[in-house]
Design a protein around this ligand. Structure first.
Ligand code: ADP
Length: 263
């Protein structure tokens, strides 16, 4: 019998082809979780086998964004993850009574993420996405240690101050020797009723973050796309159906689907 914490994480076995993407951001509220949920749903719609680990332990949001109210079921030693929109999801939110907070320090969060990676029946995934907490704290380091193959996907707004915060992720990636798959610029302009565009959060943040990250990790980092502001994106997140599925042809959904296809 394996001791706690010594079960091998299947994604780390030699020859495993699962692509692992850790979605991170410099600060909260830039749409990291919304982007994670939409990319996962878009990839599943494109025919890939997709799993999501909600690693934003204190700020979990994946069950809500996927409309999942089921709990994982136990099969032998493993947990079967609930599935919605073709995506398998594990979140601490599935174990916490409504309205209660998770009051955990770093080591316990580390253990939870380790269990989500090792003690869950994921099957053969093409892609595993992790919704990280904002910033460069304990959990981001835990994910890098537990899943050394994970590449970072950095979400920022076009705002220069948000971009400079997102750049800190570069020093984390450098320290943990993680690759950066690319940058998603979210909340990138608002199309007004007259068809003109209003740059609510300024411009250029995505490019700037990508350049700085490229310097930190010493490989090219692309801006994968610019997702405009769209109230429907929020409504989809609140309603449990990602916009890429409910209204795939609107510009924000098109961008997200293109990003998913490019990854
Ligand atoms: P984070 O995970 O970075 O904290 P969230 O994904 O929770 O951010 O998004 C923060 C808020 O902004 C949510 O209410 C979400 O629905 C909304 N939101 C995210 N991206 C967009 C967008 N492109 N247009 C409109 N609302 C958005």
């Amino acid at each position: 019998r394996l001791r706690q914490g010594h079960r091998q994480i299947p994604f780390n076995k030699p020859g495993t082809l699962t692509r692992i993407l850790a979605v991170s951001s410099g600060k909260g509220g830039v749409g990291k979780s919304t982007v994670t949920a939409n990319l996962a749903a878009a990839m599943a719609a494109q025919g890939l086998s997709v799993g999501v680990i909600d690693a934003d332990i204190h700020g979990f949001s994946m069950p809500g964004m996927f409309g999942i109210t089921d709990k994982p079921t136990k099969v032998g030693d493993l947990l079967m993850p609930p599935e919605a929109h073709g995506v398998k999801v594990m979140s601490i939110g599935m174990f916490v009574p409504d309205g209660q907070a998770v009051v955990w320090r770093g080591p316990k969060m580390h253990r939870a993420i380790e269990q989500f990676a090792s003690d869950v029946f994921w099957g053969e995934l093409d892609v595993l996405l992790l919704d990280l907490p904002p910033g460069t704290g304990d959990v981001a380091i835990s994910v890098a240690q537990l899943l050394p193959k994970a590449q970072m996907l950095v979400v920022t707004t076009p705002q220069v101050s948000a971009a400079s915060v997102a750049e800190r992720v570069g020093s984390l990636a450098k320290a943990t020797k993680q690759d950066v798959a690319g940058v998603v610029e979210n909340m990138s302009g608002l199309v007004l009723p007259d068809g003109s565009r209003m740059d609510v959060f300024g411009t250029g943040g995505g490019e700037r973050v990508a350049e700085t990250l490229a310097g930190a990790v010493e490989h090219p980092v692309p801006v994968l796309g610019q997702v405009p502001l769209d109230p429907q994106l929020r409504e989809g997140a609140d309603g449990g159906v990602p916009l890429v599925l409910s209204d795939p042809e609107v510009p924000a959904a098109q961008q997200l689907r293109a990003i998913a296809a490019s990854l």
